[in-house]
Design a protein around this ligand. Structure first.
Ligand code: ADP
Ligand code: MG
Length: 347
C-alpha cells in the first residue's frame, strides 16, 4: 500500500539493488493458497471456517526495543512474531487457519527478509496456518500479525466451544503447562544483571526467542478446562485476568511452580520472581474441575507436555474489592511476593 522506497542496500554486501514492494512480497511471502479460497495478491484474501465453526481472531504487534532486541536473529524474530499470536489461539482452544502480516521495515534488507520469512513460514507450516495477506511499508521495524483460527460455535455432545478467561469456578484446580521463568532469565542476561554459563544461556535464550505455542494442548483442553489464558505477561498478571473475569480468587503454591534445571540453580528469590512475574513464557494457564484431573493428565500426555497443578480457585470474599491470588508454600504458609524487589530487579 502506498509508495515504496525502491533502493535497497544489502546488509551483507552493502550493494544497492532495486527490490520493489511487490517483488519483495512475491519473493519472500507469497506461496500458493492451500486452505484459503484466495491468498496473497488480490485486494482481499478469502477463507471460510468449516461448517459449525466460528472464527477466533487475535492481533499482536512486536516493536523493536520493546518486544524484541535489535540483535535477535531474523529467523527467530519471524518465529516469535507468529508464535505469540498462535499462543492466543491456543489459549482459546482454536485451530489455526490463517494469518496476515503488516510489516514496517527501515529498508528492504534481503538478509533480514530471507531469515525472517523462513522462520515465520516454518512455524506457520508446523501449525497449518497460511499467510493470506498483509501490508508492507517503510518505517521503523514493526511487525503486526493478525491470526485467524476456528472453534465450534457451540458445545454439543461431540464438540466444545472456545476456552474463555471467564469460566473459572471455586473448587477448580489451577494448572500450567511447561516450565516458567526461563525467558525472563535470558532477558536478565541480555540486560547484564545476571550471567549464565554457555549451555545454560543457550537453553533459556531458546525459551525467550523460540517459544512454542501450545496449540495442541489448547485443542485437547476444550471440554476439559473451565477457563484458560496464555502466560505472556507473567503468571500472576495473567492469572489476575482470569480471576477478574471469573469473579473468583486463587491459592497458588509457589513451590509447585514448574521450573527448569537452569532456573532451579538460581537463588530461590530469583526463581520465584522469574516464575511468578517473568513474562514471555507462552505457556497455558488453565483451570479444571477436580473430577477432570485424569482428563487434564491425558491432555498433557497426548501432547507430550508437562502439565503441573499449581493451586486452586477459591471463592472471592464478599468484602473484597478485586481479585486476589494468595501465594502459599508447601506447608500452606503465606508467601510474600515483594513487588518492590521486582522493581529493583527490573531497574
Ligand atoms: P492494497 O493496496 O490493495 O491494500 P497491497 O498493494 O498493499 O494491496 O498488497 C498487495 C497484496 O500483497 C495484497 O494481497 C496484500 O494482502 C499482500 N501483502 C502485502 N504485504 C504483505 C506482507 N507483508 N505479507 C503478506 N502479504 C502481503
Ligand atoms: Mg486494494
Amino acid at each position: 500500500m502506498g509508495p515504496w522506497i525502491g533502493w535497497v542496500a544489502s546488509r551483507s554486501e552493502n550493494v544497492a539493488m532495486a527490490l520493489g514492494e511487490f517483488d519483495l512480497i512475491t519473493r519472500y511471502f507469497e506461496r500458493p493458497a492451500r486452505r484459503a479460497t484466495l491468498g496473497i495478491g488480490d485486494d482481499c484474501a478469502l477463507f471460510a471456517p468449516a461448517p459449525g465453526m466460528q472464527v477466533a481472531t487475535s492481533c499482536d504487534m512486536l516493536v523493536e526495543g520493546r518486544h524484541f532486541l535489535s540483535t535477535v536473529a531474523p529467523d527467530r524474530l519471524g518465529h516469535k512474531a507468529l508464535a505469540v499470536n498462535l499462543s492466543d489461539l491456543a489459549a482459546c482452544g482454536a485451530e489455526p487457519l490463517a494469518f496476515t502480516l503488516a510489516l514496517a521495515l527501515p529498508r528492504a534488507d534481503e538478509v533480514f527478509l530471507e531469515g525472517f520469512s523462513r522462520g515465520l513460514l516454518a512455524l506457520a507450516d508446523v501449525h497449518g496456518c497460511e499467510l493470506i495477506g498483509g501490508d508492507t511499508t517503510q518505517g521503523p521495524l514493526n511487525i503486526c500479525i493478525s491470526v485467524f483460527g476456528q472453534v465450534p460455535t457451540m458445545t454439543t455432545a461431540t464438540s466444545h466451544g472456545a476456552l474463555l478467561r471467564s469460566g473459572a469456578r471455586a473448587g477448580d484446580d489451577l494448572y500450567v503447562s511447561g516450565v516458567l521463568g526461563d525467558a525472563r532469565l535470558a532477558l536478565e542476561v541480555f540486560r547484564g544483571t545476571l550471567s549464565l554459563e554457555g549451555h545454560d544461556f543457550h537453553l533459556v535464550r531458546d525459551a525467550m526467542e523460540l517459544p512454542q505455542p501450545r496449540v495442541a494442548l489448547g485443542l485437547a483442553l476444550r471440554g476439559v478446562a473451565s477457563s484458560a489464558i496464555d502466560v505472556s505477561d507473567g503468571l500472576l498478571g495473567d492469572l489476575n485476568h482470569v480471576l477478574k473475569r471469573s469473579g473468583v480468587d486463587a491459592l497458588v503454591e509457589v513451590d509447585a511452580l514448574p521450573r527448569s534445571a537452569v532456573l532451579r540453580s538460581q537463588p530461590l528469590a530469583l526463581q520465584r520472581l522469574c516464575a511468578l512475574s517473568g513474562g514471555d513464557d507462552y505457556e497455558l494457564l488453565f483451570t479444571a474441575a477436580p473430577d477432570r484431573a485424569a482428563r487434564v493428565a491425558a491432555a498433557g500426555a497426548s501432547t507430550g507436555l508437562l502439565v503441573t497443578r499449581i493451586g486452586r480457585i477459591v471463592p472471592r470474599p464478599e468484602s473484597a474489592t478485586g481479585p486476589h491470588a494468595q501465594l502459599v508454600d508447601a506447608e500452606a504458609r503465606p508467601v510474600a511476593h515483594r513487588h518492590a524487589s521486582f522493581d529493583h530487579f527490573r531497574a
